[in-house]
Design a protein around this ligand. Structure first.
Ligand SMILES: C[S@@+](CC[C@H](N)C(=O)[O-])C[C@H]1O[C@@H](n2cnc3c(N)ncnc32)[C@H](O)[C@@H]1O
Length: 219
């Protein structure tokens, strides 16, 4: 039996999302915020039976999922983004909702999670989202991406080993991390170099967050 959860205070979610987005310096219209909360509602519904994310309450998802994903927006360069090991769509679906001008490819190996992503794409009519159910190392698109991102996917060297081939000319690889991952960066493959690590503050989240920017080394 799915665990019963308390009724969601959606007005409080909306207030926290609006205040958090403002604290991040983002202008998100009421329509975009409503769609982000629609996504959370779908995630919470599916989570009751399909166990897509450990965070179960929509109120907690506002900071842990929405604001955490929105905190990296400034570093996302378009027009084409790939989110590797996206799970329930994090951060890629959130970015696609906030920035409809960016074409977002969500790459996920789990059939259950890919089914959820396709459901959300249909339900929210997300014309800028493509769902690819594949192991990323076996996915070879004809064109590289301007930006490849992953959150909670793998250690830095494994991310690059599995997904580095997705970065197109002039593109970048973004790693969303908790604590400063300096130790991980010593073992990067030679085809990439570390450009910078930004410390991020996520409103409503009392935890360290870092964004690592990596670039291909030109031959
Ligand atoms: C820990 S979850 C993180 C999900 C999401 N990025 C987040 O932050 O909530 C890692 C995800 O990567 C997917 N995954 C693992 N190996 C993969 C691979 N080789 N190719 C594509 N997806 C993979 C898993 O199915 C899982 O959904």
């Amino acid at each position: 039996m799915p665990r019963a959860t308390a009724p969601t205070d959606w007005a409080a979610c909306e207030r926290e999302l609006a205040a958090g987005a403002a604290a991040l310096g983002l202008e998100l219209g009421t329509g975009v915020r409503a769609r982000l909360l629609d996504y959370l509602a779908e995630l919470a519904n599916w989570n009751a039976t399909h166990n897509l994310t450990a965070v179960r309450e929509p109120r907690a998802m506002v900071a842990r999922h929405l604001l955490d994903s929105l905190a990296v927006l400034e570093a996302v360069t378009g027009p084409r983004l790939a989110d590797v090991g996206t799970g329930a769509g994090l951060p890629g679906l959130v970015i696609a909702l906030a920035r409809p001008e960016i074409a977002v490819t969500l790459i996920e190996s789990s059939a259950k999670k890919a089914a959820f992503l396709r459901h959300v794409r249909r339900r929210l009519q997300l014309a800028n989202v493509e769902v690819v159910r594949a192991r990323v190392e076996a996915h070879a698109p004809a064109t590289g991406f301007d930006c490849v991102i992953c959150r909670a996917f793998a250690a830095a060297d494994d991310c690059l080993r599995l997904a580095g081939h997705l970065v197109g000319p002039g593109g970048r690889f973004l790693l969303m991390k908790g604590r400063d991952p300096a130790a991980e960066l010593g073992a990067l493959p030679p085809a990439f170099r570390h450009r910078e690590t930004r410390a991020l503050t996520v409103p409503g989240l009392d935890a360290a967050r870092h964004l690592v920017v990596l670039e291909p080394v030109r031959a």
